[in-house]
Design a protein around this ligand. Structure first.
Ligand SMILES: Cc1ncc(COP(=O)(O)O)c(C=O)c1O
Length: 423
């Protein structure tokens, strides 16, 4: 508003306001500069501090400590292509930039890119490849990843070879001159199989293939795959990073500038980007990642022990048991074992499993995982229904398998709920 056009009283008010605002603004700018200096240098921070501060700075125009939701599709330019770093929100948005910086910091990566969902992020990685390329992927992984690979990308001339990546020799055996990518999910959804990331990274490096690790189940709090040699880390942000079951989002983190440029080009060209409101929600969710994960791990340990001692339960799949197949590797590459687990009843028929799935009162029967509330799921008909039955059974995923995402409620209540449901 130009002061020449203001009526007198308003002009006075305007002057007073300016006088009052000048010291406030200089103070705000000084605080902002100080905080910016402190908060951009997060390499010295321990994980819990990084989770709260890394990548996020107070808003330079107001000093707002929380990143504003820049709910805008476009940005005014001073002249054609003369702007402040943003021209259109598909290519970039300040709320998304803050989130992408935070995501990168959490995985000790140089770059982060946010996508509209976990599968959109996965899709972005496959778009790096050309027809004729071969991908070695885990046999046991999220059903939607398998669907994307087998039902969509195979038609475009990408060959996917599925193998048990928990045995490193299987990966080595499948390498050919055409192998361009190794896709590992660890621990896997839903059988909690663990793959040695460092060992696969060594194979990938030797054969000039990229290694992408789906780190969704562990979250950056429990495992950092870039530190272990992965080229790209993928997350379904929908899960532990968001943490409150209110957002669908995916992310890729990487160190290489070249990979970042290629993936950024894919992100902006294909346009599967999250909106600023969702980015804000995830920024808020991330701030409690460490305290949520600590409780997920604590409750997970108690629920897993309860199930294992239950006389109607045949098998519990949780990588924190000392006699679990992947325990030693999990111990080596994870900080703790998390709250995801699956189990089978001794009565292996599907009807018995469905009875349990319908009987819980605190565990809600729903797809997804990683939220503060506990969820129960039937992979065969829900999350993994897109995998052909024979394929699923071959990989050890039975019709009666039940998956739990143990939340952060009181563990005694959760155990009581499972006790009354299993009987
Ligand atoms: C391990 C894993 N990876 C990827 C995805 C896909 O993520 P989104 O549902 O956010 O697209 C999921 C979803 O459940 C998952 O569990």
């Amino acid at each position: 508003m130009q002061s020449a056009h203001l009526p007198q009283p308003l002009l006075l008010q305007n002057k007073n306001l300016k006088r009052a605002l000048v010291p406030f603004c200089s103070q705000a700018i000084a605080i902002f500069l100080l905080l910016t200096f402190a908060l951009t240098n997060f390499s010295f921070m321990k994980l819990d501090t990084k989770i709260i501060h890394a990548g996020v700075q107070p808003d330079p125009s107001t000093g707002a400590i929380m990143t504003p939701i820049f709910q805008t599709s476009t940005y005014v330019q001073q002249g054609p292509n003369e702007h402040k770093g943003y021209d259109y929100s598909r290519a970039g948005n300040p709320t998304r930039t803050a989130l992408e910086n935070s995501l990168a910091a959490l995985e000790n990566a140089k770059h982060g890119l946010a996508f509209a969902s976990g599968v959109a992020a996965t899709d972005g990685v496959i778009r790096l490849l050309k027809p004729g390329a071969e991908v070695i992927a885990a046999k046991d992984m999220y059903g939607g990843t398998y669907r994307l690979f087998s039902k969509l990308w195979e038609d475009f001339g990408i060959k996917f070879i599925y193998t048990d990546t928990t045995n490193i020799e299987n990966v080595r055996k499948e390498i050919t001159g055409k192998t361009k990518l190794i896709w590992v999910e660890t621990p896997t959804n839903p059988l909690m199989n663990v793959t040695d990331i460092e060992a696969v990274a060594a194979i990938a490096k030797k054969s000039n293939a990229l290694l992408c690790v789906d780190n969704t189940f562990a979250s950056p709090y429990l495992q950092n795959a870039i530190d272990l040699g992965a080229d790209i880390v993928m997350h379904s942000v929908t899960k532990y990073l968001g943490g409150h079951s209110d957002v669908v989002m995916g992310a890729l983190m990487m160190n290489s500038d070249e990979l970042r440029e290629k993936l950024f080009f894919i992100q902006k060209s294909c346009g599967a980007v999250p909106g600023p409101m969702d980015c804000f929600l995830v920024l808020r969710g991330i701030k409690t990642l460490h305290v949520r994960m600590q409780r997920h791990c604590e409750n997970g340990r108690k629920v897993a022990a309860f199930l294992r001692n239950h006389d109607k339960v045949k098998t519990v799949y949780w990588c924190g048991f000392e006699d679990a197949k992947g325990y030693e590797t999990a111990k080596k590459q994870m900080r703790d074992f998390g709250g995801m687990m699956s189990f089978e009843l001794k009565d292996e028929n599907v009807a018995a499993a469905i009875k349990v799935l319908k009987a819980t009162k605190i565990f809600a029967l729903a797809e997804s995982l990683g939220g503060v509330e506990s969820l129960i799921n039937h992979p065969a008909t829900m999350t993994h229904a897109s995998i052909p039955r024979e394929e699923r059974l071959k990989n050890g995923l039975s019709d009666s398998l039940i998956r739990l995402s143990v939340g952060i409620e009181d563990a005694d209540d959760l155990i009581e709920d499972l006790q009354q449901a299993i009987g």
